[in-house]
Design a protein around this ligand. Structure first.
Ligand SMILES: [Zn+2]
Length: 256
């Protein structure tokens, strides 16, 4: 029988379940759950080839980009002169929010979006020139197939006191999460962030619950998902159009 070892801390892992024909293993030490083996580049290409959602531009996405920026400004992680890289930027709403607020040295990079002519995007080569005060990974970590290598590379791209801020799914939240391999390959416990930091040569600064804004109608429909239709039709609300809601994600901050 072949032994499984955690890709972050190296301790023993066991096969937890099979989802979409991908095995999910769980570490007995740090609690990380992960696709084991990880999907291959060919499997990912086949999956993302007909995946159209990652550049979604909705009002909710824009509002949350602004909200994320507010959080970074409040904590003093960024200021007007900060060099900011949004790694895995999708439709680049976060950088648009930064620019609107006068943070003129912010750029997006996404391996699935080509920069041609868009001066808010940089190529991988430009991103790798480094000196970034802040690198953000909004909902990116759970997609990585080699998180330690990626974070080591990002560490090398940070300015001296630079930070990496990530939001990602956490398995220990009150809001349940879904297993979605090959799209989501990593499911973090709180303890596993410390192991990711250690393995990547980073310092873990904090892990906090992540809240977002949601369209109240959408939020209500999520809450009512398991309610029979006959009752659903009788539920109405007097919430504002957008509400702050808890999520199954955390914000993890790393320093070098
Ligand atoms: Zn582990």
């Amino acid at each position: 029988m072949n032994e499984r070892h955690c890709i972050l801390c190296g301790r023993q892992a066991f096969s937890l379940k099979v989802v979409n024909s991908y095995n999910i293993s769980k570490c007995t030490g740090c609690g990380l759950e992960y696709a084991d083996p990880m999907p291959t580049q060919a499997q990912l290409a086949a999956f993302y080839g007909d995946y159209a959602d990652f550049r979604a531009r909705t009002e909710v996405t824009r509002r949350n980009a602004e909200r994320n920026l507010d959080g970074l400004l409040d904590k003093g992680y960024v200021g007007p002169q900060s060099r900011i890289l949004d790694f895995g930027c999708g439709g680049n709403q976060f950088v648009a929010a930064c620019r609107e607020r006068g943070l003129g040295r912010s750029y997006g990079f996404d391996r699935y979006v080509f920069p041609d002519g868009d001066d808010l995007l940089v190529s991988l080569e430009d991103a790798e020139r480094g000196g970034w005060d802040l690198i953000c990974l909004w909902g990116v970590l759970e997609h990585l197939v080699d998180p330690v290598t990626t974070l080591r590379e990002l560490r090398g791209m940070l300015a001296e006191n630079g930070r990496i801020v990530c939001t990602t799914v956490c398995t220990e939240m009150r809001i349940p999460f879904q297993y979605k391999p090959p799209e989501h390959t990593l499911y973090f416990s709180r303890a596993s962030f410390g192991e990711l930091a250690r393995a990547s040569g980073l310092e873990l600064v904090c892990v906090e619950d992540y809240f977002m804004e949601q369209d109240a109608d959408v939020y209500l429909s999520i809450l009512l998902r398991t309610m029979p239709d006959a009752y659903k039709a009788r539920v109405s609300h007097s919430l504002p159009k957008f509400v702050e809601v808890p999520t199954n994600e955390v914000v993890a901050v790393f320093g070098r």
